[in-house]
Design a protein around this ligand. Structure first.
Ligand code: BGP
Length: 476
């Protein structure tokens, strides 16, 4: 008997802005992803004030899936994908975000894409907001600082839920909604909430306010979605990895616990329908006095998610900065250190397959909901040799992680719905804005400088993953 259920969703994951291109095609508006230049890591990708003629924006053309989607979906079918996770570019549907009527051409594009997937029996899995919102909502309304965003988002959600109610069953509201709290840097604030810190602004307070409006919007979307089609499965989506204590020192242990709590408070709210105690206390101690109404709290209770989607790439080691004075409330109380027992990727991400089993257990124990690994993978440089790409490093990364998923299912009793590795086809990296950090099983001929024929090539991992899917995970 197979480890994984017979309807296990083996798939691949991408996000609209990282692979579609066509940034001004058919009435699409400017999204926050369209004003980000490339960089070297998550902290130095530049966010520009509008689209500036002298800058180069990698997401504008990306891999031009917008014009290649039929051929690409054919390749996904050849790979044997049962599911394909993508997002809807909000700006194709509402170019500025506050219009009364949606853009028909944008809606039609996703109709065509979903039809193409369904033609091959590939189930679309759709994220409503994957690091994207109309840039106009940032300049005119201040992004998610503004309560009006709840209406704009729920309107967008309602339009697409209605339009695709017979084509899409699996949805997620916000991609990696927890990054902003866990990292609190310019990049995560912007991509999660469209926040650009203003002079003298307490940006942490604004982040919590924006996050609150997002979890309310998400809970409303869950309720609206279920009214439109009771069969919809609507999940949250979180970036997760274990935080290990640097030593057996109880302060390090307490720090690791708090780090996990900071990383999962959104999951607490979206799965349990209420804020955790430590965070309510934190708001009080900081005198944040957030706009959280009693009606909002009812919405959160009534709009809990059906499953947990999460990305898993790496684990972290944390150490309390001081053993004496740490109160374990802020990021200042910790430092992050490398794990001497693990290898790191070329970008310094700790490769830790067992950490995936740890997270699967942790989530099951805490929320007891179906789990869906909607991102996992190795960002690496690939070399082409005589038209071939021998990416054994990627195969071994994926294999080791699937083995741990199997243990979580077989031994630990975790309820796992599916596995959609990240960037099944090479795309623009969210963190660097570059092409040469590749995750795909399908290579795309385009480099960091934006040059290349866009030709698609199957890597060795393509053949390997095809076998994994056809054996339902038995033949690794
Ligand atoms: C997650 C995002 C993706 C994606 C991935 C890999 O944070 O949901 O959009 O890009 O990580 O990260 P990167 O592209 O920075 O390597």
């Amino acid at each position: 008997m197979s480890t994984f259920s017979k309807d296990f969703l083996w798939g691949g994951a991408v996000a609209a802005h990282q692979f579609e291109g066509g940034w001004q095609e058919d009435g699409k508006g400017i999204s926050i992803a369209d004003v980000m230049t490339s960089g070297n890591n998550k902290t130095n990708r530049k966010i520009t004030d509008g689209v500036l003629p002298e800058e180069n924006y990698p997401n504008h053309d990306a891999i031009d899936f917008y014009h290649h989607y039929k051929d690409d979906v054919k390749l996904f079918a050849e790979l044997g994908l049962k599911a394909f996770r993508t997002s809807i570019a909000w700006t194709r549907i509402f170019p500025k975000g506050d219009e009364d009527e949606p853009n028909e051409a944008g809606l039609q594009f996703y109709d065509d894409l979903f039809d193409e997937l369904l033609k091959y029996g590939i189930e679309p899995v759709v994220t409503l907001s994957h690091f994207e919102m109309p840039y106009y909502l940032v300049t005119e309304y201040g992004g998610w600082r503004n309560r009006k965003m709840i209406d704009f988002f729920t309107k967008f959600a309602t339009v697409v839920f209605k339009r695709y109610k017979d084509k899409v069953k699996y949805w997620m509201t916000f991609n990696e909604i927890n990054n902003q709290s866990a990292m609190l840097n310019d990049w995560s604030l912007f991509t999660n909430s469209g926040l650009v810190a203003q002079p003298d602004e307490n940006i942490e307070r604004s982040m919590y306010q924006a996050s609150h409006y997002e979890v309310v919007a998400s809970a409303l979307a869950v309720q609206i979605g279920h009214q439109i089609n009771a069969k919809f499965q609507i999940g949250g989506m979180f970036a997760l990895g274990p935080a290990y204590p640097a030593s057996p020192n109880p302060n390090d242990m307490m720090k690791a616990l708090r780090s996990m709590q900071v990383n999962t408070w959104y999951a607490d709210v979206q799965c349990k329908g209420k804020y955790p105690a430590w965070l309510r206390k934190y708001f009080e101690r900081q005198q944040y006095d957030l706009d959280i109404t009693l009606a909002d709290l009812d919405v959160l209770k009534a709009g809990t998610v059906d499953y947990i989607g999460f990305s898993y790439y790496a684990s972290h080691v944390v150490q309390a900065v001081t053993n004496e004075a740490a109160d374990f409330t802020t990021r200042d109380d910790e430092t992050e250190i490398p794990n001497p027992t693990l290898e790191a990727s070329d970008w310094g991400w700790m490769i830790d397959p067992v950490g995936l089993r740890y997270v699967l257990n942790w989530l099951t124990e805490r929320y007891d909901l179906p789990l869906f690994v909607v991102e996992n993978g190795l960002g690496a440089f690939d070399e082409i040799e005589n038209g071939q790409i021998h990416d054994d490093y990627r195969i071994s990364y994926l294999k080791d992680h699937i083995e741990q998923m199997a243990k979580a299912v077989n031994i630990d009793g975790v309820n796992l719905m599916g596995y959609t590795p990240w960037g099944v086809i090479d795309l623009v990296s969210a963190g660097t804005g570059q092409m040469d950090k590749r995750y795909g099983m399908i290579y795309v001929d385009k480099n960091d400088a934006g040059e290349g024929s866009l030709r698609r090539l199957k890597k060795d991992s393509f053949t390997w993953f095809k076998k994994v899917i056809s054996s339902n995970g038995d033949d690794l």
